[in-house]
Unconditional design. Structure first.
Length: 188
């Protein structure tokens, strides 16, 4: 069975970023895909040191929670990254993950190429477009296929649960998840 891994880059459990990711993964499950949810806040992922050890060894020399997560992504057919906006961009946890996965992905001969993926963003008021682009660059750089939706995959809310009031944002997230599921089933 095809699998989608949803990675939440928010340090807050049960917040708006988790809500929209759960909505996306529910759609994927209803479409017959296996899903897994990962909270970066529960993992110790050290920022990349750009030492290029991975270039020769095909693995990262840093001893933390990143290697098992990377292997899960290599085996998955779909990847969704979700992040809140922190001062105009994704939080440090997400950036550390993207950098590490990026360098190791290059060193390992692009294992994400032709997988399906996409990004979800929650904003209080602004910064959503840059954060969405920041996450999408990861997918595009690695040759992944990114399905669209009815609008950008952004929902608005600050306090936990506030995102439930953004009906258009939730519809957009669900439609993205349907398109992602359809594409995965077509490719795999």
């Amino acid at each position: 069975m095809a699998k989608v891994i949803g990675i939440i880059g928010s340090p807050r459990r049960g917040g708006n970023t988790e809500i929209i990711m759960q909505e996306a993964l529910k759609v994927c499950q209803s479409e017959g895909l296996e899903t897994e949810l990962v909270h970066l806040a529960e993992l110790n992922i050290t920022p990349c040191q750009e030492c290029l050890f991975c270039k020769k060894a095909k693995e990262c020399k840093l001893n933390d929670d990143f290697p098992p997560l990377f292997e899960k992504l290599v085996k998955a057919q779909g990847i969704i990254l979700a992040a809140p906006v922190f001062f105009g961009s994704a939080p440090a946890q997400m950036k550390a993950f993207i950098d590490r996965a990026g360098y190791l992905g290059i060193a390992r001969d692009r294992p994400f190429e032709r997988k399906v993926g996409g990004a979800l963003v929650v904003a209080r008021r602004a910064g959503q477009n840059f954060t969405l682009a920041q996450l999408l660059y990861f997918f595009l750089y690695h040759g992944m296929v990114v399905p669209g939706s009815t609008y950008w995959n952004v929902a608005f809310g600050r306090d936990p649960g506030e995102v439930w009031r953004d009906e258009e944002g939730l519809r957009t997230v669900r439609n993205f998840a349907r398109n992602l599921s359809w594409l995965i089933k077509m490719l795999y």
